[in-house]
Design a protein around this ligand. Structure first.
Ligand SMILES: [Zn+2]
Length: 480
């Protein structure tokens, strides 16, 4: 579902009138606060609703409850115990964690799969709690950043094409607010304090940074966005934590390795092809049972809220999303009624035997130019799909033939092998005897590289592993 920019614009407009002095809960110092605590909570709540919808929550009630309980236990003993602390696991393969103002904290299933203990999870939750208690989000989030949070792909009301393409490139990176070096250090220190207060071993937080450094250096390291991989360097942060441990400033012994790992059994690892995948330019969606051919040299992006493709010249866009109306004609008419959209040629249609409705449209661009586009609404499997293809008016004639071909390729998926595809999943193995990482990978092969198995188990090549150790392997998921 598309996100709604209006919420964020409303929230940020309020900023201008609310500047005042407030006491920082962590430092106890007075500082200029742009927004009050209740406004901070409201911004967090609004963004939380959009993030939960657009990124999707990982569907495992027991795991969600576990993360909530752990995070809440730590946050209730922090400097801001009374915030509406909310901890969620997002159904995203990217390795990430982030916090929103007001106490809303997210870890992805990707980072959960990379942790090897509850203490590691506690360290990262503690770090994110630290950003909230120290009000980093509040003092450093610029109005522009907040406005961008809600800029969803495929909303015709933000029709600056170049801008849309940039957002597509950044993916959800905009959500992961960049803090300065000092703020990250402060969050590390607060995280260490919160985790060790619960008795967790701070060495596990140091190990997390080493794991993240390895994961971000891997071949597909671009799956790890700004969170911990850019600045400050994760290995510098690890050294700093180890120095504090050596100086006796923080201590703890609780690790909870096996009980944590048991919770990961069966968790999807990496992209979940059931939510749609590309093979060359063809997009397959096994769960929703359709396929569509995008122009093969266009850059494509599959996200929870839809699929989009951008022309190599970045002057045309195809966007496939779900409409909320119950018929194609209703969806078309609702689209035509939008502010800023001039519709023409509304008519019925059939696409590969599926009932559809279509129209042409124009929309004003921010720079004074105009967009020309076509909109097709297709009924399939009890849902209505909205496919928009558009370009600046002057480029439309050149781009529309391929857009039309793509739209006309939407059809029912009937390939049994595609419909049956499954994600790769985590499987646990308790070693029957001691062996090395190489021996483990040979005896219990995975559908990811040995390097990746080493990273997610915090193991080095050649390192002996004792009998009885519980390890993760990754199985299944081969595409047909
Ligand atoms: Zn941080």
């Amino acid at each position: 579902m598309p996100v709604r920019p209006a919420l964020f614009l409303a929230a940020t407009l309020a900023l201008g009138t609310a500047a005042s002095c407030a006491i920082n809960p962590v430092t106890g110092q007075r500082e200029l606060a742009l927004i009050s605590e209740s406004q901070e909570i409201q911004i967090g709540r609004d963004a939380d609703r959009d993030i939960s919808q657009s990124m999707g929550l990982y569907e495992d009630a027991a795991l969600q409850a576990y993360v909530q309980a752990l995070g809440e236990r730590m946050a209730r003993e922090s400097e801001r115990p009374n915030l509406p602390w909310t901890f969620r696991v997002i159904d995203d393969p990217v390795v990430n964690a982030f916090a929103l103002p007001g106490g809303f904290i997210y870890v992805t299933r990707g980072i959960m799969a990379h942790f090897s203990s509850e203490a590691e999870l506690a360290g990262v939750l503690g770090h994110e709690i630290g950003h909230v208690t120290a009000r980093h989000g509040v003092s450093q989030v610029s109005r522009a950043q907040l406005a961008q949070l809600g800029l969803g792909i495929g909303t015709i009301l933000a029709p600056d094409l170049a801008g849309v393409a940039d957002v597509a490139g950044a993916g959800l990176g905009l959500l992961f607010l960049r803090y300065g070096r000092d703020a990250e250090r402060q969050a590390d220190d607060l995280g260490l304090a919160y985790m060790t207060r619960e008795g967790y071993d701070p060495r596990e937080m140091a190990a997390t940074f080493e794991m993240l450094a390895r994961a971000s250096g891997a071949e597909d390291g671009d799956r790890i966005p700004g969170f911990l991989s850019t600045h400050p360097d994760p290995l510098d942060r690890r050294e700093r934590i180890l120095a504090r441990i050596d100086a006796g400033e923080v201590d703890g012994s609780r690790v909870d390795r096996d009980s944590y790992l048991q919770r990961l059994s069966g968790m999807p690892f990496g992209e979940n092809p059931r939510e749609g995948f590309f093979r060359q330019g063809r997009f397959h969606h096994p769960e929703l049972r359709f396929r569509m051919d995008f122009p093969s040299d266009w850059r494509t992006l599959n996200q929870k809220q839809g699929v989009q493709a951008v022309s190599p010249e970045q002057d045309a866009l195809l966007v496939l999303t779900l409409a909320s109306e119950s018929t194609a004609a209703q969806a078309r008419d609702a689209f035509a009624r939008q502010q800023g959209v001039t519709a023409s040629g509304a008519r019925g249609a059939t696409v590969n035997g599926l009932n559809a409705a279509r129209m042409e449209f124009q929309a004003a661009l921010q720079d004074g130019g105009r967009l020309q586009g076509t909109a097709m609404f297709i009924e399939h499997g009890g849902l209505v799909y909205r496919i928009l293809g558009y370009a600046p008016e002057a480029r439309w004639a050149a781009r529309s033939p391929r857009i039309m071909d793509a739209i006309g390729s939407f059809r029912d998926e009937t390939d049994a092998a595609i419909l049956a595809v499954q994600p790769r999943r985590i499987e646990l193995v308790r070693l029957p005897e001691s062996m090395t990482l190489e021996g483990f990978h040979q005896r219990y092969p995975s559908t990811v590289s040995m390097e990746e198995i080493g990273t997610i188990n915090r193991l080095r090549a050649g390192q002996p592993i004792s009998q009885g150790t519980l390890l993760k392997r990754v199985t299944g998921g081969q595409l047909p």
